[in-house]
Design a protein around this ligand. Structure first.
Ligand code: MRU
Length: 350
């Protein structure tokens, strides 16, 4: 990914084997990099959403295990305790459990003296694989956009929700990967970017990423999608996923389900871009079986942004002591999903 014309990765491994990430809480107003060196720092960074996005959460969490083993490699409980703490940071995205389990399977059979080096190698492998997965998702998704363009011979309008771009992964992104590839291939694309309340990942992150790449987009508030679809202004919806069940239910950022309903009612294809580590084969019914994160309600009652005077401020937008609720994700049942774009190909609804 390019920021101000310079290539960056969402995670950089420093020469002392600490990692550097972008503090996404400051975007799009400030580009701030932070170094993470301890398991506790990783736990805070994931829980407080300095970084977010299902694949990135998993890929960063494994470094928390590396740091734990670096500090105290002599004991089996080090690994187990660090895993438990990391797993508790965010409940919905299954990539976290997937990545931690993969590390445990690799490390537990090894002699203690080899575990730290093996952990580093596995953490680096997970990061490198994520880039390849997203590139492959991009190539498959590109075919869908190309087909629409060949039929329409005019700009392809894509609606996306939240941020499933390179800020949410190691590189490329999932739902945004096909869009970047289409743009780079010269296909005229335009993206409707849902602001994605309460944390505004669309307005703050997707808008920033697309602007950095030069992809044309329009920011909209979350309730606009249905109207656009009724008026033929959306050719395809492309979203990411935090967990997909064995029957194809898609859990993603809150509000995704309403977009899928509107898409279904207006015959707009609705695709989720899904790396295979995001599939939870152990569960079937997403609505009853996926734990939905509920976050601090201050995210609902307050907004954070830049004043016209150039100051970053948090302001309250409602009455004092209001009762509010903050559900982070929802589940789109499989029958509303046209297809899943994975790194192994596109799987359509039967
Ligand atoms: O709460 P967030 O910002 O971690 O939620 C992120 C999303 O819902 C993304 O759409 C999803 O993780 C896919 S990212 C490739």
């Amino acid at each position: 990914m390019k920021i101000n014309g310079i290539w960056h990765h969402s995670i950089t491994v420093n020469s002392d084997e600490s990692i550097r990430i972008i503090d996404q809480r400051q975007l799009p107003h400030q580009l701030v990099f932070v170094n993470l060196r301890t398991t506790e720092e990783i736990i805070t960074a994931i829980h407080e959403m300095w970084l977010r996005g299902a694949p990135l959460i998993g890929a960063v969490a494994v470094w928390g295990l590396c740091f734990a083993l670096q500090d105290n490699p002599d004991n089996n409980t080090t690994l187990e305790t660090a895993c438990q703490k990391l797993l508790a940071t965010r409940p919905t995205a299954v990539n976290l459990a997937w990545a931690l389990n993969r590390m445990k399977q690799k490390l537990l059979p090894l002699p203690i003296s080899q575990r730290y080096q093996a952990a580093l190698a596995e953490a680096k492998a997970i990061c490198e694989e994520d880039i390849k997965i997203n590139e492959s998702i991009g190539k498959y998704g590109l075919k869908l956009i190309k087909e629409i363009y060949q039929q329409k011979q005019d700009t392809v309008n894509i609606l996306t929700h939240c941020n499933a771009g390179w800020l949410a992964t190691l590189d490329w992104g999932t739902a945004l990967a096909p869009i970047y590839m289409a743009y780079d291939a010269g296909i005229p694309v335009h993206v409707w970017v849902d602001e994605t309340r309460p944390r505004n990942q669309g307005a703050a992150l997707t808008a920033w990423e697309l602007a950095q790449h030069g992809v044309p987009f329009t920011l909209i508030v979350d309730n606009v999608g249905g109207h656009l679809m009724q008026h033929g202004m959306v050719d395809i919806c492309l979203v990411g996923a935090d967990r997909v069940t064995s029957q194809g239910d898609v859990c993603n950022k809150i509000g995704t389900y309403l977009k899928a309903l509107a898409a279904n009612d207006n015959n707009v294809p609705f695709y989720a871009a899904v790396p295979t580590p995001t599939i939870d084969w152990s569960i079937k019914d997403g609505i009853t079986e996926i734990p939905i994160e509920q976050r601090n309600t201050e995210e609902v009652t307050h907004v954070f942004g830049l004043t016209d005077q150039g100051k970053l401020e948090k302001v309250c937008i409602t009455v004092p002591q209001v009762q509010s609720a903050n559900y982070g994700f929802d589940v789109t049942p499989a029958h509303l999903v046209t297809g899943l774009i994975t790194e192994q190909g596109i799987f359509h609804k039967i």
